[in-house]
Design a protein around this ligand. Structure first.
Ligand SMILES: [Zn+2]
Length: 252
């Protein structure tokens, strides 16, 4: 549970950790990690709305630059919540550097917030692109393939490996297009375009419920919510939506 809490209320609540995130219009911005259950009492308060970050983003409740600050806070506080002890020696750690590092007094190790890179790619071949769906997706929704980048791997190789593993499609040229922090809990989505070298699809059923080639015209209908079978693309706030739209509109 996370949400926007008035400063006075946050001070009264059980604060576990607090990070200084910078200033906004000359005022300090603090990310506050409250004790478990501290927000529960707001749930039934008629004058107050507790809302999670994903809903804030999907419902467009805040301007983009403030969403970025919330993403920063969420990723950082999630890291603090799980790094109270040193990964090297097991002793307790303390927050330093305004919340951007934790130090271990026992072994002197310094621990830094973690970001997990994820390659997300639109794979195209001529007038068709490859989209897939996971069983957890909303009904009818198809999106770009994606996967975590492994240690020692380039972004381009991750695009080729993940696409081959999940769909059996071989990818040649890969281009980086744009990125998006995805603090669920600490990913950085690295958006790419890849050119397919083969067409035959062999799905990894553990990863994908379905995956197939879609014609550019069909994808346009999906993005506009006008597909005759009710198929659709990812939500506007997701980078996948923009990777797909750029291809549909031939901008990239
Ligand atoms: Zn230590």
């Amino acid at each position: 549970l996370s949400g926007l809490v008035p400063v006075a209320d946050a001070r009264r609540a059980a604060v576990r950790e607090q990070a200084f995130l910078g200033t906004l219009a000359g005022r300090p911005v603090l990310g506050t990690l409250l004790a478990t259950g501290a927000l529960e009492r707001y749930k039934d308060d008629a004058g107050f709305h507790v809302v999670d970050l994903r809903s804030i983003a999907v419902q467009d409740l805040l301007p983009a630059h403030e969403l970025g600050i919330l993403a920063e806070a969420k990723a950082l506080l999630h890291w603090h919540a799980r790094h109270g002890f040193c990964a090297n020696c097991g002793a307790p750690t303390t927050m330093v550097c305004a919340g951007f590092r934790r130090d271990c007094a026992a072994c002197k190790a310094q621990h830094f917030p973690r970001t997990d890179p994820v390659a997300i790619m639109l794979i195209a071949r001529g007038e068709h692109c490859l989209l897939g769906r996971q069983s957890r997706f909303a009904p009818g929704m198809y999106s770009c393939l994606a996967g975590f980048i492994e240690p020692g791997e380039t972004i381009e190789d991750a695009v080729r490996r993940e696409t081959l593993e999940e769909s059996g499609v071989h990818v040649g040229e890969v281009r980086y297009l744009a990125s998006q922090p995805w603090p669920f809990p600490a990913s950085l989505m690295i958006g790419c375009r890849g050119e397919a070298l083969s067409e035959e699809i062999v799905l990894d059923r553990d990863e994908l419920e379905d995956g197939r080639w879609f014609h550019r015209d069909e994808v346009a209908l999906m993005l506009d919510g006008a597909h005759p079978d009710g198929l659709r693309g990812p939500v506007r706030m997701a980078i996948a939506h923009h990777l797909i739209r750029a291809w549909v509109e031939r901008g990239a």
